[in-house]
Write a new protein. Sequence first.
Length: 108
Amino acid sequence: MNNNIFLVEMGNRISCRRKELKLTQEQVAEAINLSLQSVSCIELGKKAIRPENLYNLCKALDISADYILTGTKSNEQLSGIIKKISELDSDDYEAIESLVNHFHKKSK
């Protein structure tokens, strides 16, 4: 994979997670002790992130390094979703199952 594409995809995952948590780039920068410009460049894929900063970023965004680096969800992330789904009533469970089947077919 082209290094630039890798950095852009990684930056997109970081940006999406930050937005899911409703955090600003400023808040993330402060939490991991980086400049706003550094966080912006990382999210845009213009700059690689150092390992110690990746570690701090994962903690701040409550996400695995595997997900940031590869887009692969960790077993811990998946088990959280599985637990939530298992607590749904039958109708809601069937609706979720239908959606998963739809997206699974679409991705093939």
